[in-house]
Design a protein around this ligand. Structure first.
Ligand SMILES: N[C@@H](CCC(=O)N[C@@H](CS)C(=O)NCC(=O)O)C(=O)O
Length: 249
């Protein structure tokens, strides 16, 4: 069988990190988990993004020229073109659990990270350098605050943007505790094999383990040892998209 030609269109990373976007990192991990070869293209501007997704969001994946958007739909497509190893459990209950958890990570947990990176002053100082640092100074000084205002306005609409930092941090810690309780002593979140729920959560948590982050963007996983061990297990099977090899795992 001829391998499909795959191109992942994403937001760039920095300093050896493949991407700073959790959903783009999730797709990297799924491609690597399946052993599929692919190229990566880093979008350069919102206009560039719209060439690959009219909705203006990344990741986008080209498979033999056909375009797929949204990380969850992309993973479904990857299971179709390369069924082994599967990203979904076969058991209907575990399968439902897996898709619900993936959705929760992508649509709820994700916004805590967006808040801490774009709204919090220290988080944004780090992100600004990482994302806009290579732009010439005049452009950087104009573009970064404009994008920040757009993101903040969307986050207000979603709800998380309206909360003070202390509430966001408390809720995030409570949700990590829930994840830790959910996982318990299980090997992976939805059974004995890695699933797309594991990839989605790992892709998000990896972003908090990048070296040199300000404290507000770090999560100390030692507070939840079973999550820390689980992340290590996931990365025993799939390399992280967000951590340099010299990182903590
Ligand atoms: N649920 C979508 C989220 C995609 C998404 O929001 N991606 C962000 C990057 S992390 C994006 O493209 N943001 C640009 C924007 O909102 O204008 C997925 O999983 O693909």
């Amino acid at each position: 069988m001829i391998s499909p030609k795959i191109k992942l269109i994403q937001y760039a990373g920095t300093n050896g990190i493949l991407t700073l976007s959790p959903p783009c990192a999730k797709v990297h991990m799924a491609l690597q988990f399946k052993g599929l070869e692919y190229e990566t293209y880093n979008c350069k501007s919102p206009k560039d993004v719209k060439r690959f997704n009219a909705r203006g969001r990344l990741p986008s994946l080209q498979v033999d020229g056909e375009v797929f958007v949204d990380s969850s739909d992309i993973l479904t497509e990857l299971d179709r073109i390369q069924p082994e190893p599967p990203l979904l459990p076969k058991d209907p209950k575990l399968r439902a659990q897996c898709l619900l958890l993936e959705d929760w990570v992508d649509e709820v947990l994700y916004f805590y990270g967006v808040y801490l990176r774009w709204v919090d002053i220290q988080g944004f100082a780090w992100l600004k350098q990482a994302v806009f640092g290579t732009l010439p100074a005049p452009l950087r000084l104009i573009v970064a605050p404009i994008v920040r205002r757009q993101v903040k306005s969307r986050l207000d609409g979603q709800g998380t943007g309206l909360k003070p930092l202390e509430v966001v941090q408390r809720e995030l810690a409570e949700r990590l505790q829930l994840l830790s309780d959910f996982l318990g002593e299980q090997t992976y979140f939805c059974g004995q094999a890695i699933s797309r729920a594991d990839l989605s959560l790992a892709a998000s948590l990896d972003q908090t383990q990048i070296l040199g982050l300000p404290p507000v963007l770090q999560i100390d996983l030692a507070r939840w040892p079973n999550l820390q061990n689980w992340l290590q297990r996931v990365h025993g099977a799939v390399p992280a998209a967000a951590i340099k090899e010299t990182g903590p795992f």
